[in-house]
Design a protein. Structure first.
Length: 176
């Protein structure tokens, strides 16, 4: 069986939630989506928390709730927000608690095409009005974040082969 939490991370739109839900069904483990966990606790969306409390306070809240999830005794799947690994000591903390940390590495071109269609739901990119400008934004953001993402125990290259393929790669690394 899994010897520690399975932590799924990557840039927004890479499929963390979908992959985590599929892993939950396959492995029969509890799933905690950090953003949903915070939203449930605060009875506010992440956007509302960002708007009312600001990004700095949100990142403090995120760190506190990440610690709560990592400290759960029961092994589980934890799906992180795209920025979670990049703030405070979050990535070091994650690696301390889990040997099963997976970075879904998706290229900026694929992400920009996917995210452009759903940008209204994502406050950070809502005002970007072309796929090329979104790709530029994502490329810059990925450049800043990749150093944190690459600390994951496993890097799963998303070669656009679908969720089942990504899940198979993760399960193979777990040595179940």
């Amino acid at each position: 069986m899994v010897n520690s939490h399975i932590v799924v991370l990557g840039y927004m739109g890479c499929g963390k939630t979908t992959v985590s839900n599929k892993l939950k069904a396959i492995l029969d483990l509890p799933l905690f989506d950090l953003d949903q966990f915070i939203e449930n606790e605060f009875e506010m969306t992440i956007s509302e928390i960002f708007n009312t409390k600001g990004q700095i306070e949100f990142r403090r809240i995120e760190n506190r709730y990440l610690k709560i999830l990592l400290n759960k005794k029961e092994k589980s799947i934890i799906s992180l927000g795209g920025g979670t690994p990049c703030y405070h000591d979050n990535m070091d903390l994650i690696l301390k608690y889990s040997k099963n940390v997976f970075f879904i590495n998706t290229n900026a071109e694929f992400l920009s095409e996917r995210l452009f269609k759903e940008r209204d739901k994502r406050p950070i990119i809502k005002s970007i009005n072309s796929v090329s400008k979104l790709k530029e934004f994502i490329s810059k953001h990925l450049f800043e974040r990749i150093v944190f993402y690459n600390k994951a125990n496993y890097i799963i290259l998303d070669s656009n082969q679908g969720i089942d393929h990504i899940c198979k790669k993760i399960i193979n690394k777990l040595n179940l």
